[in-house]
Design a protein around this ligand. Structure first.
Ligand SMILES: [Cu+2]
Length: 607
């Protein structure tokens, strides 16, 4: 019997892939469109909670414009920076196959767009359907610089559920009654925790439970018998959120632009960066109902914004006196889980399943174990006490595998990598913690202080990666929403306490785990994710064999390549990324042009 080893198999596949890709590129899909947009980043007067602020917006809109595309389309977005801050835009969840220069995180894939500068992001969305979003990826600008990115099914195909009559993006945001850039700068100066926010928002509005807000509360109309697809996005900076609608069931159909096995729930939980698509049906008496969102706060003894944002689900036939904003008849208020209701958050995340069997990699080339958590730096000798306002005269920090990530400033990591510039980063990010300890127990103080560095982890083209993300109990245990750029991954298991390599693999779901771009690592617990390098196509459930993918022409366009480049992985709580809870996967190019990143665009900003 002919036996082909793994490497040979890979190279044969690479060659075949190359051949067929040339065929595909030569005949682009007739229906795929290119969408052109101008994003002008500018200071805009925005009044919330009785006070007007000069908020940074895109095109004067808060939240910013909603982008709508079909799977397979190309986006060309020219970003012009008319604000006083550096800015970049990240297209959260977009795979960026070969277009890593368009990913957006500052000093990782590009230098920031300086005030007065501009940069055009060009990329194609291929194999992803559902809800993503875009946001600034520079300092805390994403507090107001964000918007929805809606990906409809490929032209000619349809949803794997009945077509809803209406679709409504629900962007959950976080508002400071202050300039958020000042808030983070102050925290960076003092070393203490940043001020908590003053409101959460739905589509930019806090809603009826806040001062000076009632007249602008968002109203979502619904008709009896109609179905509405709510595309819920957690765009908050620092808070995991529960979301619910009074008296209405939510049928979950997708998350992070991947479809899910449908299930019904009364409440969903989203970490910052995550999206969830839910169907609601107008099957209740024709009156008005609040949809509401408030914190899931897993860290104990830490101040947080405990306010509740609301919008109104309003039946078109609701009696007139009860209609409109500020009406005397209040909408029905749902009950929300307690702030620390970890069992509800866990029950929700464990309900997510891919629609059918998916090709989870079973042979692993890179087995990684990263701790994620906080830390404290001792006060440096040359610092005044006013700069060490963390617990007991320390400064807050955060780390992965004891490395607190520092962004470079002279070149982006991708630029340094592709142009061979040395001294920008090192490739010694450890595959496992330098010291093993009882991660979720009472951690010795000697292990609370990480080292600082721009350390990246290099991955070979075609690697099959398993990554255990292990939360730590250093300073405060907390649920960390870990986001990887450039990839979707399967979440094959999660649990509490320390991951046990002997017993926990028996809990791995290698059949129908959900595919996401952001995993909420349970508080004082762990999550295991897997992603494939050589076949990361988003429609593996449609066809799992290379043979079929190669010989069924319709599927050819779904042959997607390893997105070579520099991909940041970070906690999506901005306070934690500020403190260094991040690292970068440096993925080498594969064989030939089509397995390599494109050349940098001519207008790529310089540092
Ligand atoms: Cu975090």
């Amino acid at each position: 019997m002919l036996k082909i080893n793994g490497a040979a198999k890979l190279s044969i596949l690479s060659a075949l892939t190359l051949f067929f890709s040339i065929a595909i590129t030569a005949v682009p899909s007739a229906s795929a469109k290119t969408h052109y947009h101008d994003f002008v980043v500018q200071a805009t007067q925005v009044k919330r909670l009785c006070k007007t602020h000069n908020a940074i917006t895109v095109n004067g809109q808060y939240p910013g414009p909603t982008l709508e595309v079909n799977n397979g389309d190309t986006l060309v977005v020219k970003v012009v920076n008319r604000a006083q801050y550096n800015v970049t835009i990240h297209w959260h969840g977009v795979r960026q196959m070969r277009t890593g220069w368009a990913d957006g995180p500052e000093f990782v894939t590009q230098c920031p767009i300086r005030p007065g500068g501009s940069y055009t992001y060009r990329f194609t969305i291929d194999g992803q359907e559902g809800t993503l979003w875009w946001h600034a990826h520079s300092s805390w600008l994403r507090a107001t610089v964000y918007g929805a990115l809606i990906i409809y099914p490929r032209e000619g195909s349809s949803y794997p559920f009945p077509k809803p009559k209406h679709e409504t993006p629900i962007l959950l945001g976080e508002w400071w009654d202050a300039n958020p850039i000042d808030v983070v700068r102050e925290a960076t100066r003092t070393g203490g925790a940043p001020n908590i926010s003053d409101a959460f928002t739905i589509n930019g509005q806090p809603g009826d439970l806040y001062n000076c807000s009632t007249k602008d509360t968002v109203i979502v109309p619904i008709e009896s018998g109609e179905m509405n697809l709510l595309r819920v996005i957690n765009a908050a900076l620092n808070q995991e959120l529960f979301f619910t609608v009074a008296n209405h069931k939510l049928t979950v159909v997708g998350a992070d632009a991947s479809y899910l096995k449908q299930f019904t729930t009364s409440v969903i939980m989203l970490g910052p960066g995550q999206t969830t698509d839910v169907l609601i049906t107008g099957d209740q008496p024709a009156v008005r109902y609040y949809m509401a969102s408030r914190a899931y706060q897993s860290a104990q003894g830490v101040p947080f914004d405990n306010t509740t944002t609301t919008a109104i689900l309003e039946y078109k036939l609701a009696p007139c006196p009860a209609k409109g904003r500020g009406s005397a008849v209040k909408p029905l208020m749902p009950s929300l889980p307690a702030f620390n209701d970890t069992p509800t958050a866990t029950a929700f995340s464990r309900s997510l399943r891919s629609p059918r069997k998916v090709p989870v990699p079973t042979h692993i080339d890179e087995s990684l174990f990263f701790t994620v958590g906080l830390g404290l730096f001792n006060c440096p000798p040359n610092f005044k006490a006013s700069r060490c306002q963390g617990p007991n005269g320390t400064r807050f920090t955060a780390s992965m595998n004891n490395v607190s990530f520092v962004l470079p400033s002279s070149y982006s990591i991708l630029q340094a990598y592709k142009q061979g510039i040395s001294g920008v980063y090192t490739t010694d990010f450890p595959a496992k913690p330098p010291v093993q300890f009882n991660y979720t127990g009472n951690v010795s103080r000697s292990l609370w202080q990480p080292i600082r560095g721009t350390k990246v982890y290099k991955i070979k083209y075609g690697s099959r990666v398993q990554l255990v993300l292990q939360g730590t109990n250093i300073q405060t245990a907390e649920n960390h929403p870990i986001h990887i750029h450039g990839y979707d991954f399967y979440i094959i298991a999660e649990g509490f306490g320390n991951f046990n390599p002997n017993t926990d693999p028996s809990k791995f779901n290698l059949v129908d785990p959900p595919m996401r771009n952001t995993v909420a690592v349970p508080v004082n617990g762990w999550a295991v994710i897997r992603f494939v390098a050589d076949n990361p196509g988003k429609h593996p459930e449609k066809c799992q064999s290379y043979f079929h993918q190669l010989f069924i022409p319709k599927l050819l366009t779904r042959m997607i390549f390893q997105p070579a480049g520099a991909w940041i992985m970070h906690c999506h709580l901005d306070v934690h990324i500020t403190w260094g809870l991040a690292t970068v996967f440096l993925v080498e190019d594969g064989v030939g042009e089509l397995q390599s990143i494109q050349p940098p665009p001519a207008d790529l900003p310089a540092c």
